[in-house]
Design a protein around this ligand. Structure first.
Ligand SMILES: [Zn+2]
Length: 285
């Protein structure tokens, strides 16, 4: 049975896989991360906005340079730079007769089975008993997967993409002044800190004070989990939906072209938690 995934889950899936291009027939030109681990809609967002055929495959894109359709309307310097960069990258590509292949980045041998996406086989790839508790959290499945990947530093931040030889803007898209690492994005970024401060205030959470900055994501997560004011299940829901929404904010800025203020994001997070809790409330006997 084919997996039916939500948009966010599809994104998450794409983050966990690498595509090797053969004939380009199965791979989406703009949306899949087929060139140096990045999707063109991310690295050339202005071109993507102008492109007429947004769901074109790589194979179709190369026929008569169909990917360029619509790009004559380019008028800004940023879009021109993106176009030139993209054009340069595409010069290196030569399609072959073989099929495109997908590699699962999260296992040693790159093998993947559909069933492994969200279940125990997936967990088994990274046995670390300390973090099994993430799978017990009462949050949506996509958030459990997300937190698991985040705590293993397996999400593709700019620094990881660059380390793997890919191209990415190294600077955090939220504060525009520090390197984008996992720990920075969810914990040390001035934007993230403001979201956590407002959340603590609105949800009556008291975080444990620390004297020295935390040096890794797992320590950061353990630290947050020591907060008081809410019962543990509820606390971890706020922490998880908080982290998830902070993580999604740069995407929102790229795709929807709008930035949400920390104050508004805190509101979204509390609404997410409230909606989940209402949908999963224990029946009263
Ligand atoms: Zn930042």
């Amino acid at each position: 049975m084919p997996l039916k995934l939500l948009v966010e889950e599809q994104e998450l899936f794409k983050l966990c896989t690498a595509i090797t291009i053969g004939n380009g027939a199965k791979t989406q030109f703009w949306k899949d991360r087929w060139l140096q681990g990045e999707a063109h809609m991310y690295i050339a967002p202005d071109c993507f906005r102008l492109a007429w055929r947004k769901n074109i495959t790589v194979q179709q894109a190369f026929i008569d340079r169909k990917w360029m359709r619509g790009l004559r309307r380019i008028s800004t310097t940023a879009a021109i730079n993106q176009f030139v960069d993209l054009w340069g990258r595409l010069q290196q590509i030569h399609l072959s007769d073989s099929e495109d292949t997908i590699t699962w980045l999260l296992t040693a041998d790159g093998s993947y089975s559909a069933a492994s996406t969200y279940d125990v086989q997936f967990v088994g790839s990274f046995a670390d008993n300390r973090w099994e508790q993430v799978w017990q959290m009462k949050v949506e499945n996509k958030c459990r997967v997300f937190m698991w990947l985040l705590l293993q530093c397996k999400l593709p931040t700019a620094n990881r993409i660059i380390q793997r030889g890919g191209m990415a803007d190294a600077i955090c898209k939220l504060c525009h002044c520090r390197e984008e690492t996992t720990l920075h994005m969810v914990a040390n970024c001035s934007y993230a800190k403001e979201v956590w401060r407002i959340l603590a205030q609105r949800a009556s959470i008291t975080f444990v004070q620390i004297s020295t900055p935390l040096s890794n994501v797992k320590d950061w997560w353990e630290h947050l989990n020591k907060a008081t004011g809410l019962d543990f299940v509820h606390l971890r829901q706020v922490l998880t939906y908080g982290t998830w929404n902070i993580w999604k904010e740069p995407c929102r800025r790229v795709f929807e072209n709008k930035a949400i203020l920390a104050d508004q994001l805190a509101q979204v997070i509390l609404q997410d938690v409230a909606a989940y809790r209402q949908a999963h409330a224990n029946p009263v006997f």
